[in-house]
Design a protein around this ligand. Structure first.
Ligand SMILES: [Zn+2]
Length: 274
């Protein structure tokens, strides 16, 4: 990235997530909002999501061995629709991030952070939204990498150190989880199989709530780029139809500064604009 490019953008936002649809289905509205404002938004995905849906329910079925490649391409298209500056997929095993040597994963993230040089980072929350082990592992490794990326003497061969100014963790609100489990018994059953249960992220515990209603249409268009994940897309559409009110905001807690919940922010870049 050239110095001229860095001068032109108004700031840089980076997501560090686990599967090629996490950034779109989860934080997509937030990313579209900031990309539209002229902030450079970069997405890092630790896996290609090769264990996910291989199409079906109206979408073409992709041979299992090609699902990862297909999903990386879908992420590229979703990123284009959201106006992202770059999308990167690593090839850590879907469903097995926790089993990979932590040092390797952290090192890859540090290298990437020092290249894209974000002001603000978003990663998964402590319960991974609904308890997904890859999400939880990704959040922990991302936090470690953000810290190490800022230490000049830590592996200087990975690039110039970078001080991330603010870091947020994406969470699923308690009301959303309640409505989802009511409306989608299949998903509720799946959640029961996971070791970690979603924490009750009520409003008083949140660090930021981003209103995504102005960009809802664009978010849906980006979600539709994930064609192999059509069964999930249909689930989100059913929930949106019956409980759209719990999908109007994307919710975060702060990792730093001021870890945890209040004060509740409505703009992840507000403190950096002053
Ligand atoms: Zn995921």
């Amino acid at each position: 990235m050239t110095a001229a490019y860095r001068e032109r953008v108004k700031g840089t936002l980076a997501t560090i997530l686990a599967h090629p649809d996490d950034e779109t289905f989860g934080t997509g509205g937030t990313l579209i909002r900031y990309a539209t404002e002229g902030i450079a938004v970069h997405s890092l995905c630790l896996t290609e999501g090769e264990k996910g849906w291989a199409g079906g329910e109206g979408a073409p079925v992709v041979p299992r061995e090609h699902v990862g490649t297909a999903r990386a391409l879908e992420l590229a298209e979703a990123g284009r629709r959201m106006g992202l500056a770059s999308v990167t997929c690593l090839k850590y095993p879907d469903g097995g991030v926790v089993g990979v040597n932590e040092g390797y994963v952290v090192r890859d993230i540090v290298r990437w952070l020092r290249r894209v040089r974000p002001d603000v980072v978003i990663t998964w929350g402590p319960d991974g939204g609904y308890g997904h082990p890859d999400h939880i592992a990704t959040g922990l490794r991302a936090l470690r990498a953000v810290e190490l990326a800022g230490i000049a003497r830590h592996e200087p061969e990975l690039g110039d150190h970078v001080h991330v100014k603010r870091c947020y963790r994406f969470v699923a609100g308690a009301e959303f989880v309640d409505r989802l489990t009511d409306l989608e018994p299949g998903f509720a059953e799946y959640m029961k199989t996971l070791e970690v249960k979603p924490q009750r992220w009520t409003r008083d515990r949140l660090g930021a709530a981003i209103d995504v209603t102005p960009v809802e249409k664009k978010k849906r268009e980006a979600m539709e780029a994930h064609r192999t994940q059509t069964p999930d897309l249909k689930m989100w559409n059913r929930v949106r139809e019956k409980a759209g009110e719990v999908m109007q905001e994307e919710l975060y807690i702060r990792a730093f500064p001021e870890p945890g919940g209040p004060p509740l922010e409505t703009d992840l870049f507000a403190a950096l604009r002053k």
